[in-house]
Design a protein around this ligand. Structure first.
Ligand code: AMP
Length: 397
């Protein structure tokens, strides 16, 4: 069955058409600047050239229409008709406490997702728009929602309750949820498969470090703690997000800089992290280059970023009373050998010993620890789209 995987943002829409039996991508791409001037579709059939179509996309419905037209296009399309799309899998950012697993999308499910909107006001409404747009074009095709938060619903209370008045949890569901669940779940499972160990027996720490970054403690296949919280702002230092800070800083900066709460939030989300510290970039390629050239602020940003990861890994090894595997994934985790080496250098107390030559390689899946390392260290390329396609197939089969 072919499954169309959709990741819909407020002005963008990423897609992949996946043959879920062969687990092969047939075509992928994205619509950019939806509802804004200069919109375009980037479409790439597997093994073919990238095609860019610049055309106004005033709505997401128009964007989905263009994607579907591209998929069935006589010349560059990969399927004969839309009947060959067996199901659509949607990435949904926030499922609150309502969704502990993926689910077939019905009218009730749409209502329940809407009820989570105030927990993710930037993301969930956009995800819902994507669902509606697909419904318009393919009213009879089953659709499935796969939630970023669902994998973490197994966290115990002590990991998800904040030290706040309990009534905020009761009234508003203010608690830690965690994100990147699809990635943490996919990658931790792959680790068990690669090492030929039962998933249920393994204690694995997943370091999903990309522009957004989070760490997850997976014990016996279940998320028991993760570094993001009510929103993706908590935890690690990220490309432009601050991660953990003393909350009193908000009032302090608001007073000093004469800012509103919304303005301070904007700083914490978009102008902090390694971008804020370096003062120049949120991109680790640029950051590494600047460090090589002797830029001290870039070097500091890199080391603050690395130090926070080291602390979280230590905390999660403690939370699980041990760790069997540590795995790096996402843009930085998969590509940046320096970050991996520096993190692992500070984990020798856990029994981590990495093979520096192996760590320098670039492979989608590799073990970078030495054979006698007590804790195995791996790099596994994440594949959230494949995971969404698998979950969708399982539910609509
Ligand atoms: P992500 O959000 O997972 O796409 O990760 C984005 C981050 O990964 C950026 O900081 C990039 O600089 C970094 N990154 C992505 N690809 C590479 C690469 N090939 N080499 C080095 N860094 C990379």
């Amino acid at each position: 069955m072919n499954i169309l995987v959709i990741n819909c943002g407020s002005s963008s829409l990423k897609f992949q058409l996946i043959d879920s039996v062969a687990e092969e991508v047939l075509a992928k791409g994205l619509c950019e600047r939806i509802g804004i001037e200069g919109s375009r579709l980037v479409y790439q059939p597997e093994g073919g050239e990238k095609e860019i179509t610049e055309e106004p996309m005033p709505t997401h419905s128009k964007a989905v229409g263009m994607v579907l037209d591209a998929l069935i296009n006589e010349k560059t399309g990969v399927i004969g008709s839309l009947d060959e799309v067996g199901a659509v899998g949607h990435r949904i950012v926030h499922g609150g406490e309502k969704f502990a697993s993926s689910t077939v999308i019905t009218d009730e499910v749409i209502k329940a997702i809407e009820e989570c909107n105030d927990l993710a006001p930037l993301h969930n409404p956009a995800n819902l728009i994507g669902i509606e747009a697909c419904k318009e074009h393919m009213p009879n095709t089953p659709m499935v929602g796969v939630f970023d938060t669902a994998f973490h619903q197994t966290m115990p209370e002590e990991a998800y309750i904040y030290g706040l008045p309990y009534e905020y949890y009761e009234k508003y569901k203010v608690r830690r949820y965690g994100f990147h669940g699809t990635s943490h779940s996919y990658v931790s499972k792959r680790v068990a498969e690669i090492l030929n160990q039962p998933y249920e027996s393994q204690k694995t720490i997943v370091c999903h470090i990309g522009n957004g970054a989070s760490i997850c403690a997976v014990n016996g296949g279940k998320s028991v703690d993760t570094s993001m919280g009510l929103t993706p702002l908590e935890g690690l230092i990220m490309g432009t997000r601050s991660g953990d800070i003393d909350p009193a800083i908000m009032e302090f900066i608001a007073n000093k800089e004469n800012m509103s709460v919304a303005e301070v939030m904007n700083v914490l989300n978009k102008k902090s992290g390694v971008y804020g510290i370096s003062g120049t970039t949120s991109d680790f390629r640029d950051l590494m280059e600047a460090k090589e050239k002797g830029d001290k602020r870039a070097e500091l940003a890199l080391h603050v970023f690395i130090y926070r990861i080291i602390k979280y890994v230590g905390a999660y090894a403690a939370a699980m009373n041990g760790v069997d595997n540590i795995v790096f994934t996402a843009g930085i985790g998969e590509n940046n050998a320096y970050v991996r080496e520096k993190v692992c250098e500070s984990l020798t107390y856990l029994g981590v010993s990495i093979d520096k030559d192996q760590n320098e390689k670039r492979e989608d899946e590799m073990i970078i620890s030495k054979d006698d390392s007590k804790v195995k260290v791996l790099v596994v390329a994440t594949n959230e789209e494949l995971k969404i396609a698998r979950e969708t197939l399982a539910l609509v089969k």
